[in-house]
Design a protein around this ligand. Structure first.
Ligand code: TRP
Length: 340
């Protein structure tokens, strides 16, 4: 029999509050959340517990940035009446499920996760990796499954984490002998990872190569001026390279006029189109994108108490949902419960 209630698909995604969000977050996942919040049941997690896994020596930084990330969400247009914004450390079911899931994953599998491998290398951890950091894919599986999410908008670098989540889900379902939990699909933008301004790595505020969602017009202009283009494109008349050219990557990500960008690429390759003209176009596009976000951000930061109330409401709602799932998982795995 068909169910009378049609269930809207569930989204869960989140961010580590290590600093204010930047354009990389916007292109990677925030934009998808905006597009989907009206048609999906969406939960957005401020992942402060996960942020601690590599910031335990500076918890104040994480604490301060929870509110900053909440401001960013509201500024870009995440609407608390459509999306539930919640704080990870205030959701005990996530921690409990993490502990449970750690029994269903091996250390060697955790060490093989490409995202973790890359991050161990980038941070120079070696064997001194905090155990919590090595295990964060299991924690992220707990986040995703606790909400029974089937869609997870994330940046490209998170794909292996979602893959490992699905491995865990299949393992748990096998153990339970039924479909205890649905598998989740990563929703990754086609344009891939937005490069940093210098074109070297991903955007990172700590490396000073990111454009914040609160950037001023002048900061945007300076950042675009500094963007890496084609080092061999010395004269305007020279043919230029589009691949690896950060300005074009940004135009691909943010210029709404695809045809115009395609024409610009042809012109640039042919020669006769200077970097200055391209950069002027990109500066205008980014200023138009960021200005309303910056203005709304200024407004919401004037009412921190309202934002705290919004976080409390969202977290209370998320608590109810995640506790319920936790009990269903414990039942499904035939674990002991005093409430039976
Ligand atoms: N690991 C994610 C990141 O670094 C943040 C995150 C935490 C997350 N929990 C999540 C993303 C659950 C998606 C789903 O960006």
């Amino acid at each position: 029999m068909l169910s009378a209630t049609t269930h809207t698909p569930i989204i869960l995604t989140g961010d580590r509050p290590t600093g204010p969000l930047h354009l990389g977050h916007y292109a990677g996942s925030l934009r998808n959340r905006l597009a989907l919040q009206a048609t999906h049941t969406q939960y957005v997690l401020i992942a402060d517990t996960q942020a601690l896994t590599d910031n335990a020596a500076d918890p104040g930084r994480i604490c301060r940035n929870v509110l900053e990330v909440a401001y960013d969400y509201l500024a870009i247009g995440i609407d608390p009446s459509l999306s539930t914004i919640c704080v990870q450390s205030a959701l005990p079911a996530l921690a409990e499920l993490t502990l449970l899931y750690l029994n269903f994953v091996t250390v060697s599998r955790l060490e093989r996760n490409p995202t973790i491998k890359d991050e161990i290398q980038a941070r120079g951890f070696g064997r001194d990796i905090p155990a919590g950091f090595l295990c964060y894919p299991a924690a992220q599986a707990a986040d995703i499954t606790a909400f029974r999410a089937t869609l997870v908008p994330v940046g490209e670098d998170q794909a292996p984490i979602i893959e490992q989540t699905n491995e865990l889900i299949r393992r748990l379902n096998r153990q339970a002998g039924k479909e205890l939990l649905p598998e989740a699909k990563a929703l990754i933008p086609e344009i891939g990872r937005l490069p940093s301004i210098d074109g070297r790595a991903k955007m990172s505020k700590s490396q000073g190569n990111a454009l914040l969602l609160s950037a001023s017009d002048a900061e945007i202009e300076v950042a675009v001026q500094r963007m890496y283009t084609d080092p061999d494109h010395l004269r305007v008349s020279d043919p230029g390279r589009v691949e690896g050219n950060v300005v074009f990557t940004y135009l691909d990500a943010f210029d709404p006029d695809f045809q115009a960008v395609a024409d610009l690429k042809l012109h640039y390759r042919r020669g006769g189109l200077g970097d200055a003209a391209l950069k002027r176009r990109l500066t205008g596009i980014l200023q138009a994108l960021i200005a309303p976000i910056r203005e709304r951000r200024t407004e919401v930061t004037r009412a921190p108490n309202l934002v705290m109330d919004m976080l409390r409401d969202g977290t209370a709602k998320a608590n109810a949902v995640t506790q319920k799932t936790k009990h269903e998982i414990m039942d499904g795995l035939a674990l002991f419960s005093l409430s039976r």
